[in-house]
Ligand binder design. Structure first.
Ligand SMILES: [Zn+2]
Ligand SMILES: [Zn+2]
Ligand SMILES: [Zn+2]
Ligand SMILES: [Zn+2]
Ligand SMILES: [Zn+2]
Ligand SMILES: [Zn+2]
Ligand SMILES: [Zn+2]
Length: 285
């Protein structure tokens, strides 16, 4: 009987606890009675009901999980007379060791891609547990991964693995790293005004306000102009005369102020400041 289904995926801590074996493990045709009437896979730990139908033990337990007695799904499927429909109950099933023994010698193979194991069904279950080619669902991202590769997957491939942000050192889930970088305070950025790179996001504001040579400043020499900070020298040289005239005027105002106040400590310091600025201009010119 040819059954073509994708290979099963196990949960990460080993065995597929419920349901039967994948039918593809039987190399040749096999008796229909080896099939569970609930999951339609190869019986695992077979039990037989009063009505003669076989189920995996886990399948029966699953069927009876909410009710003490359940109508046999196989009887219903076969549309037997209403009064012949079997009732499933934990007390009226028995382990089917006869069919289990029959199954034991059936030639089997491993169905996981890449595995070449062949043997008898009796040994298959043990092989299945340790097969490195077995597909397991990653506990973090639920993707099927080869069992032998799960460690590597979790370390360097899983979209839900924890990674450390290179910039701020925070632990971030890989799939959210991109979103994290949108707001990471330590992400190095490039100033779009001056082109300076490697400025951490949380210092960019300070750069723009205090250090960027392209920031707009007001003329410290008192004219009304605003210009990029790195244009200060050319601003001064272009407008040298008005700046000098303004400086001289300031000086005169200060002299008046000094002359008209007895103490004059503040104007004196302002005077020093203006003199300093004149010297700066002279140097630049
Ligand atoms: Zn089953
Ligand atoms: Zn039945
Ligand atoms: Zn295998
Ligand atoms: Zn994963
Ligand atoms: Zn970060
Ligand atoms: Zn800048
Ligand atoms: Zn100016």
């Amino acid at each position: 009987m040819a059954v073509h289904v994708n290979p099963p995926v196990f949960n990460e801590n080993g065995d597929r606890q419920t349901g039967g074996f994948f039918p593809g493990i039987f190399v040749s045709s096999f008796d229909h009675k080896f099939i569970c009437r609930n999951c339609h896979r190869i019986l695992r730990d077979p039990v037989q009901s009063q009505c003669g139908h076989r189920f995996c033990r886990s399948c029966l337990e699953e069927l009876l999980v909410n009710d003490a007695v359940v109508l046999c799904p196989a009887c219903l499927e076969e549309q037997v007379e209403e009064h012949d429909v079997g009732q499933l109950s934990v007390h009226e099933v028995f382990p089917d060791n006869a069919v289990k023994r029959e199954m034991f010698n059936t030639p089997a193979c491993c169905i996981f891609p890449g595995c070449t194991w062949k043997g008898r069904f009796k040994e298959y279950e043990t092989h299945e547990r340790s097969c490195p080619f077995k597909q397991v669902a990653c506990a973090l991202c639920a993707q099927p991964v080869t069992d032998g590769h799960i460690e590597e997957h979790r370390r360097s491939e899983c979209s839900e693995r924890h990674v450390t942000c290179d910039h701020c050192g925070c632990t971030v889930i890989f799939s959210r790293l991109k979103a994290h970088l949108e707001t990471c305070e330590k992400l190095p950025l490039t100033c779009e005004h001056c082109g300076k790179g490697n400025i951490a996001r949380d210092t960019l504001k300070n750069h723009l306000e205090q250090h960027c040579p392209k920031r707009i400043v007001s003329c410290p020499m008192g004219c009304e102009d605003k210009f990029q900070q790195d244009m200060f020298a050319s601003h001064l040289s272009l407008l040298m005369e008005p700046h000098l005239a303004w400086t001289v005027q300031k000086l005169v105002e200060l002299e008046i102020a000094v002359g008209s106040t007895s103490a004059g400590s503040l104007p004196a310091s302002s005077l020093t400041q203006v003199m300093g600025e004149i010297r700066k201009v002279e140097k630049k010119v």
